[in-house]
Design a protein around this ligand. Structure first.
Ligand code: ATP
Ligand code: MG
Length: 716
């Protein structure tokens, strides 16, 4: 009876309720975008707590971003009419594993205050190893080694697990050895990389029964959002933890798997049923987010993918506007157009917070930033490590790390001569030698070398000052708020002065960023807590309060929704990306298509897709053709407009199912490198599968017929 149902169940449809109430045993919710998977998972969490099936601290809940974790917690609080305290195990895989690993670090040879390296540090370390092994680092790059090691870690492989075939992929079979050296080096500096957070925990759970049992006991209930994007290591970790109680609920959508480049495996969905026999499979089919046109447009695109699990989607929402497709001349016009549209939207009373611009690649954001600054439109850039990636921020963080963790050699290397304090490479090399010879951290070696006569007078004075500074700052850590200490450190080290001396607009911006950094630090009680936060943040969401347009990558937008969404750059070579085209495989193209599906389904009321005829990529102008995904949008749900006469229809014809896109169109358009790239990538113009679009006054369902059989295998 809905009226007497607890508040967190009200407003959920029957299958959603089932997902909430089926607390015991394995449950898999497989459903399309906007069907309320996350909503159901959140209600399930509230239910477990409200009915005392578990204490909040006994629930392991994995979200894809830190922001999603925060939101889930807030929502559960609202559902229960009271803030939920003590949900230590609600967070991303990384955040949860970092927390666990701090408790058990010694089991993998680390100390509990280990540093979590970012990509930059990681690459620097790999480069050192490659050089130390006398390999040609141009041929065998740190980036390539990094990619390979990440892949192994994503599969849950320690160096011992790397077989000869895989090892062969780097430096003539030395991949495994270099992986081992890298891990040893990490241990020596008391650090780990992102992949290690999971891998180390996996190793610990596998090799220490007592630890495993302790967590198996603790976690009465386990749930996972965005399940389609878990990688093997994450899957194995989940399976171990769930093995005893088997109360695990995963929600996901195979059509939204967009992280296979980071090792995610959709196959985990199929594996779930095998590993957890008798799992309850729940389907959700009603979409509560988008209008029928938006849904049908997204459905039409994704229907071109093969091997889907297949599902139906319908909505009761008003039919609304068609998806708009706008062709413009070039990138700047695209940004101008979007800016104009948003201003018009504002004049109609729309809120900026409800608008998002979702890009395929980070480089696309700059043009929008430039334009929005020019017209004074408030915006925020979300995603990646953008803020914390900036050089000045990384320098400041390195200072903080040295204070916090004396063994952090990488941080020390970064600051030893920044700002310039007259320490030459020779002097630094001597410090390194001593550190290696005695097996001590660089900071300690720097102090000891002052007692020798190894250094020139000048180097000795500079290094002496730095060593003295560090000791002094470390002393103050106990007495001063850490944000204040950071300010003093930046001043006393000469870092602030260095930027001030530059007198450029850029340097002024950097100083502002440093101010922003110390402001951010104030939100954290301790320095370690802050550093932990920095290591883990995926989303830069400073000043969440004021209304702003959001600019982010599609990858970062997963799980989110906005009233109005702009999708620029739908051109061959941008989206699908050049990389996907170069790889040429159907798999990478299908992943791009899923990304398109994710992009469109973020919109509640209005979706606008843009493509430019000319685009400057990495400083080169190229003429481009609209994305094949534009042509895959079902025409009856789309309204096209182009600022160039004839261009749009011409291109549409090129990508349509009948036309041969490589046939000479002879009108001087659309024959840029995009065509050749598409041809080189083996674009196959053969007719696509038939898409059936059922339409009634209020509901649409887009469904590729050939998927039904696959769907049955999975669902029944
Ligand atoms: P995605 O696949 O994009 O992650 P999702 O399946 O997780 O989507 P939610 O984000 O949970 O979907 O829900 C989409 C929207 O629908 C949200 O605004 C949510 O509040 C709303 N919603 C979910 N369930 C219901 C319901 N039963 N009745 C009304 N609105 C709902
Ligand atoms: Mg969701």
């Amino acid at each position: 009876d809905p009226a007497s149902a607890p508040p967190y169940l009200r407003g959920l449809n029957p299958p959603q309720r089932e997902a909430v109430l089926a607390t015991e045993g394995p449950v898999l919710v497989l459903a399309g975008a906007g069907t309320g998977k996350t909503a159901a998972l959140t209600a399930r969490l509230a239910h477990l707590v409200a009915t005392r099936l578990a204490w909040p601290s006994e629930i392991l809940a994995v979200t894809f971003t830190n922001k999603a974790a925060r939101e889930m917690k807030e929502r559960v609080g609202r559902m229960l009419g009271d803030a939920v305290e003590g949900m230590p195990w609600l967070g991303t895989f990384h955040a949860i594993c970092a927390k666990m690993l701090r408790r058990h670090a010694e089991l993998v040879g680390l100390q509990s205050n280990f540093t979590i390296l970012d990509t930059d540090d990681q690459l620097r370390l790999m480069k050192q190893i490659i050089l130390a092994e006398n390999l040609d680092e141009k041929r065998w790059t740190a980036r390539a080694l990094g990619g390979l090691i990440d892949r192994w870690k994503n599969r849950g492989w320690t160096p011992d697990d790397v077989d000869a075939g895989e090892s062969e992929l780097f430096a003539n079979g030395r991949g495994q050895q270099l992986y081992r050296l890298y891990q040893d080096r990490l241990r020596a500096v008391n650090a780990c990389d992102f992949g290690d957070l999971l891998l180390h925990m996996l190793v610990i759970l596998k090799t220490h029964r007592d630890v495993l049992e302790q967590y198996q006991q603790r976690f009465r209930y386990i749930m996972v959002d965005e399940y389609q994007d878990t990688n093997s290591a994450q899957y194995l970790w989940l399976r171990l933890l769930a093995q005893q109680r088997k109360n695990i609920c995963c929600v996901g959508d195979d059509d939204q798997s967009i992280y296979s480049w980071r090792g995610a495996e959709v196959a985990n969905i199929l594996r779930f049923e095998k590993d957890f026999p008798g799992a309850k499979i729940i389907r959700l089919e009603q979409n509560y987010r988008s209008t029928p046109h938006i849904l049908a447009a997204a459905g039409g695109v994704i229907a071109h993918n093969g091997g889907r699990l297949g599902k139906e989607l319908w909505t009761e929402a008003d039919v609304g506007e068609k998806v708009r497709v706008i062709g413009v001349w070039d990138g700047p016009e695209e940004a101008r157009r979007v800016g104009d549209e948003i201003e018009a939207y504002q004049r109609r009373g729309g809120r900026l917070d409800d608008v998002a611009i979702l890009v395929r690649a980070q480089f696309q954001t700059r043009e929008f930033e430039d334009r929005f600054i020019a017209i004074g439109l408030p915006y925020r850039i979300v995603g990646g490590f953008r803020f914390y990636e900036r050089a000045e921020i990384r320098d400041a963080l390195a200072y903080l790390r040295v204070i916090h963790q004396p063994a952090d050699d990488l941080a020390f290397e970064r600051i030893v001569n920044t700002p310039k304090r007259g320490l030459g490479d020779k002097a630094v090399a001597k410090v390194h030698q001593l550190a290696r010879a005695e097996g001590i951290p660089l900071t300690l070696a720097a102090a000891r070398i002052l007692d020798t006569d190894e250094l020139t007078a000048q180097a000795r004075r500079s290094l002496g000052n730095l060593v003295g500074d560090i000791a002094r700052w470390r002393d103050r850590l106990n007495d001063l708020p850490h944000a204040e200490l950071a300010r003093q450190m930046l001043d006393e080290s000469g870092y602030t002065a260095m930027l001030q001396a530059e007198r450029t607009a850029e340097a002024a911006g950097r100083l502002e960023n440093l101010t922003e950094l110390t402001r951010a630090m104030e939100e954290y009680e301790t320095l370690p807590a802050f550093l932990e936060h920095v290591s883990l943040v995926m989303d830069n969401d400073a000043d969440r309060e004021s209304a702003k347009v959001t600019v982010m990558t599609i990858h970062a937008a997963k799980g989110l929704e906005f009233d109005t969404v702009f999708l620029p750059g739908w051109e061959e070579g941008v989206f699908p990306s050049q990389r996907a085209l170069d790889e040429g495989g159907i798999a990478s193209l299908e992943e791009e298509r899923r990304l398109a599906y994710v992009a469109i389904t973020r919109a509640r009321r209005q979706a606008t897709i843009l493509h430019a005829a000319n685009r400057r990529i990495y400083g080169q102008w190229t003429s481009s053709i609209p994305s094949r995904f534009v042509a895959e949008l079902p025409a009856e749900h789309v309204e096209s407009e182009t600022t160039m006469s004839g261009g749009e229809s011409l291109w549409r014809a090129q990508w349509s199912e009948q036309a041969d896109p490589f046939h000479d169109i002879g009108r001087g358009t659309g024959r840029g490198p995009g065509w050749q790239r598409a041809a080189a990538a083996g674009y196959d113009p053969s007719p696509r599968r038939v898409v059936e679009v059922r339409a009634s006054a209020t509901s649409y369902a887009a469904k590729p017929r050939s998927d039904i059989a696959i769907g049955q295998r999975v669902f029944h």
